[in-house]
Design a protein around this ligand. Sequence first.
Ligand code: GTQ
Length: 368
Amino acid sequence: MAKIENIAGRSRVHDNPELEDFYARLDAVGTGALWNVANEIEPWYPQPKSVPMHWRYASMRPLVVESAALVQGEDAGRRVVYLVNDGRREIAAAVGLLYTGIQIMNPGESMTAHRHAASALRFVIEGTGAWTIVDGDRLEVGPNDFAITPSGTWHEHGNEADDNFVIWQDGLDIPLVNALDANFYEVHPDLYQQPGKVNNTSILTHGSGILKPANRNWGKPYSPLLGFPWEQTRDALMQLSLVSDGTDHDGVIMEYVSPHTGGSVMPTMGAHMQLLKPGFESKAHRHTGSVVYHVAEGCGHSVIDGKRYDWQEHDIFVVPSWSWHEHVNDDETNPAFLFSFNDFPMINSLSLFVEAEYDTNGGHQELA
Ligand code: GTQ
């Protein structure tokens, strides 16, 4: 049944027996009448299937820990509990075309190496001893560190601690790459990579934050820096917060960037860390592009499409494209830190970014 909109320029064709007969004959030759679907497939503004959602770490953690005893890492490939958006179950997305999950590794455990066309990122939640080898570079990561395994890179993960789990959040663009019918997957021919002699090579080479090695070419479409340590990240935000209040909508916010280009770390997904000063209340806005948030430190709440979500450390919540949202740090003494990853590099490269500011008079204004 066509969605009728009685507006000039929109589809307003009512069914009748003659047309129904015509539609049946169109269908029989693999065609259809655009006017029956036009108002659906060309909405006035984005109509995401994803809904705002909030997953409490306190609810997920016991189940994630249970999975570590129930399933062998080598049988699962990766032992991950993934986050399902109520509106996107069929494509395993947490929001939009972004996937996210919580991965747990037992002490001493390691996973086999593989690569895929989808790009991946990690945000470490808890545990020492985590490592990931990305194209031979063995990267050591700890709580609140951010790391990337770009499209096509061999990667495998492990936990060398004797007595603690490692739990981290994975973020991938699997639903996007599948929507484009462009996904490939390969298991490493030797099952495990041979790491280089020096650990954390990408950080030692590209991680200074102020200097760039001279005379070095980098021909790949992603950041040569693969790991972004928390201490350096937190310091950068704290320092910026001494001289800036940041933006009305996000507070003090910085993007993790490729030191080679100054742009997003990967071509499909970008990531930010933001600091909400004690008591900070953002203004509401909305924009195209989907965002997955992870509470790195502190507590507060966000209002997404009119509903309040109170968050604590390591909770995850999502803001679908074009949803109104605002963030509040409920603590009057301590800053709150929100890690987030997004599809902005895609939205921007396709010139599809649109932002609007919430107008308390009821309407909204498009921002230039
Ligand atoms: O580690 O590459 O959570 O391929 C889901 C799919 C993690 C990974 C996930 C993956 C990975």
